[in-house]
Design a protein around this ligand. Structure first.
Ligand code: SF4
Ligand code: SF4
Length: 88
């Protein structure tokens, strides 16, 4: 199936979804909030190497974050964060 730019097949976003397409930007990356204490625990857990140490706090590259779909039942970074600052 040929799909326009900015649109992806639903089954590519998540194999459990039915056929069709979704806008690429409907997948929401997680964000790290200012409460981050720079412990680094989340960085090692990310299956997509989307998390890196930023200038002040750790940051998530929205282009790489898949919300851990296909890897875990819930976002791995949020699961290990001791201060609950990885948010949808
Ligand atoms: S939700 Fe998963 S893919 Fe996204 S930044 Fe966190 S660990 Fe990485
Ligand atoms: S696990 Fe939480 S507190 Fe630790 S670096 Fe990641 S976002 Fe910051």
């Amino acid at each position: 199936m040929c799909v326009p730019l900015g649109v992806i097949k639903r089954e590519e976003a998540d194999p459990t979804w039915g056929p069709g397409t979704i806008e690429r930007n409907t997948r929401m990356a997680l964000k790290i909030t200012a409460e981050c204490i720079n412990c680094g625990a989340c960085e090692a857990e990310c299956p997509n190497q989307a998390i890196t140490a930023g200038a002040d706090i750790y940051v998530i590259d929205a282009a790489k974050c898949t919300e851990c779909k296909g890897h875990a039942d819930s976002p791995s970074c949020a699961a290990v964060c001791p201060v609950d600052c990885c948010k949808k």
